[in-house]
Design a protein around this ligand. Structure first.
Ligand SMILES: *Cc1c(COP(=O)(O)O)cnc(C)c1O
Length: 391
């Protein structure tokens, strides 16, 4: 049977129970479960504010839009970002009419602080740090630079639900989580935008529902005769989340830490299984980082051939991500990030999800050791790690 890259696992009974409450009550929209999920997320993360949105992509755009307006940024001002991410990180910069400036990655595949310093100009307003795979990389150093230089720091925490740094949820000026179908806390599509500043959180709440200044749930609950009466203070967006997605989130959240423990256990098995194979480059997790392990990535030569031969053995691996600078829309930036460019040709992501058995993890380990050391390379590891390639 094929071993899949990602398979979401749901607490079906509790998801149905939470969703049923919405249907019984006749309330599937903004409010009710969205309020509860926001409160639960604040408790879980320790972050002061949380606003539930319909995706992390929306959340990233909304975050930039709010900072741009409140900070008086100009069209075309620069945002430092990574080329090794899902395209939505960089699309959000373009949605806001800002200019992405690409910073190379370090050995953790996250923003390299030295390159970040080199790429700051008088037009730089912000940096987006992507915790790739759940990793925190050099987040603290990047945060320190942003403080010194007066830049806003956004954390694209799409892979970081449950990541802790020195025991705590990493804190930026705003963090945006994804609860998309294959993320660590899967719903179907939704996300959370968490501002450090209360005023910005309040603005984002209005802007996520077309700029309307009170939500229907509050209006329906306060018994006022003026339920129809609201003001529109901003040109907002249709970005808020709904109670069905929040209901699923509420049912899933109690499982997040134990799910992530299992992800880390699988990652530790992979790490041990590849530790003596010099043809597999391991990606280090920094000290103090308890990674949510959204991904388990390694670097290999002739990556595409390796992917094909894994597929031939019934193992679906993936690539996170193609260097964004290879896309025509970012062609002007092509040569600015050599390490990201090199790594994007070498990286592959191995199956990592809660339905993987230990035996399947061993099968993946054997297969990747074989594909990288097997007959094609005419060499073996002789310490017992290599298994027969004759099968
Ligand atoms: C998934 C993902 C997003 C977008 O999340 P959605 O909730 O699907 O919009 C943004 N950034 C990264 C790094 C992602 O992996």
């Amino acid at each position: 049977m094929t071993i899949q890259l990602f398979v979401p696992t749901f607490d079906v009974e509790n998801c149905l129970k939470e969703v049923r409450e919405c249907l019984d009550k006749g309330w599937t929209g903004l409010g009710f479960k969205t309020d509860r999920f926001e409160a639960a997320w604040k408790t879980y993360t320790g972050l002061p504010h949380a606003h539930f949105v319909n995706s992390a992509t929306s959340g990233l755009h909304l975050a930039l839009d709010v900072f741009m307006n409140e900070g008086g940024w100009n069209h075309g001002d620069e945002v430092l970002t990574t080329p090794l991410t899902f395209v939505s990180t960089n699309h959000a910069i373009l949605y806001a009419g800002l200019e992405p400036v690409f910073v190379d990655v370090d050995e953790h595949l996250c923003l390299d602080p030295n390159d970040l310093l080199r790429k700051i100009t008088p037009h730089t307003r912000a940096a987006i740090f992507v915790g790739l795979g759940g990793n925190t990389g050099r987040f603290e150093r990047v945060r320190e630079i942003c403080r010194q230089k007066g830049l806003v720091l956004l954390l694209d925490a799409a892979h970081m639900a449950g990541t802790r740094l020195h025991g705590e949820t990493p804190r930026a000026d705003v963090s945006v989580y994804s609860f998309q179908a294959v993320k660590n806390l899967p719903t179907a599509d939704s996300g959370m935008i968490c501002f450090a500043d209360e005023r910005l959180d309040a603005i984002a709440r209005k802007k996520s529902w077309l700029g309307i200044n009170r939500n229907t749930y509050e209006r329906a609950s306060d018994g006022s005769a003026y339920k129809w009466r609201y003001d529109v203070e901003y040109v907002g967006f249709k970005y808020h989340g709904n109670s069905i997605m929040a209901a699923i989130g509420l049912a899933q959240l109690p499982h997040l830490d134990s799910d992530n423990d299992r992800r880390r256990a699988i990652a530790a098995r992979y790490e041990a299984g590849f530790s003596r194979n010099k043809r597999i480059e391991l990606i280090p997790t920094p000290n103090g980082c308890l990674s949510a392990r959204h991904l388990y990535q390694v670097g290999v030569d002739r990556r595409d051939e390796v992917l094909n031969s894994l597929a031939g053995r019934g193992i679906n691996a993936g690539v996170h991500y193609r260097n964004n600078l290879d896309y025509p829309m970012f062609a002007a930036h092509r040569l600015t990030c050599p390490r990201a460019s090199r790594q994007s040709e070498r990286l592959l992501s191995l199956p990592l999800h809660l339905r993987l058995t230990d035996a399947e993890v061993e099968r993946v380990i054997d297969a990747l050791n074989d594909c990288t050391l097997g007959e094609a390379h005419g060499e073996r590891i002789d310490d017992g790690l290599a298994r027969s390639t004759s099968a």
